[in-house]
Write a protein of this length. Structure first.
Length: 179
């Protein structure tokens, strides 16, 4: 029976030691408060003035490329229609030659479209990376100026209270830097 009392007394002493230790350590931690923030970089990219201008420019470029591709496709469709109309009066060799020419045009249009899409996607990635570098620079500057310990990207956070969301402030700062 004394053994149980000794064990209980040891537990009580250990708990008291932890309380004293935490009381002694906590003020040091409190002096170094951790300040966290969250930024949705994609939202800054989509809603900032430079991001909106980039989106508009790329949309115009995409529309121009699509118009050119549509014209090429119309040309192929016109050649196909002409072949169908002339088929009864053409020799087999002439039909075959026209058909092969149309197939070459179809392959050319497809290749041009693939090359244009690949080039366009590369330009989009490069432009987004350029803007994102600027956004990260603004976030780092903001974090230093405002005394943040850590600022995380929204996509890496499972939960964040609205009070720690800095996205709107970063958009304002980023837009201010662009002027």
């Amino acid at each position: 029976m004394n053994v149980g009392f000794q064990r209980g007394r040891g537990t009580l002493l250990a708990a008291a030691a932890w309380v004293l230790f935490l009381g002694w350590v906590t003020p040091g931690w409190a002096a170094q408060a951790v300040r966290l923030g969250i930024v949705d970089v994609q939202q800054v990219l989509n809603q900032s003035q430079k991001g909106l201008a980039l989106k508009q420019k790329l949309d115009q470029e995409r529309a121009a490329r699509q118009k050119e591709l549509d014209a090429r496709q119309q040309e192929v469709m016109k050649l196909q229609s002409e072949l169908e109309k002339q088929a009864p009066v053409l020799s087999e060799q002439a039909k075959r030659e026209k058909s092969e020419a149309i197939q070459r045009k179809v392959r050319d249009v497809r290749r041009i479209a693939e090359d244009a899409n690949r080039d366009f996607e590369k330009r989009v990635r490069e432009a987004e990376m350029d803007i994102t570098r600027g956004i990260f620079a603004v976030i780092q500057e903001y974090g230093k100026d405002q005394g943040y310990t850590v600022i995380l990207e929204r996509s890496t956070v499972v939960f964040g209270a609205p009070a720690v969301d800095l996205t709107a402030e970063i958009i304002k700062r980023y837009d201010g830097k662009q002027k």
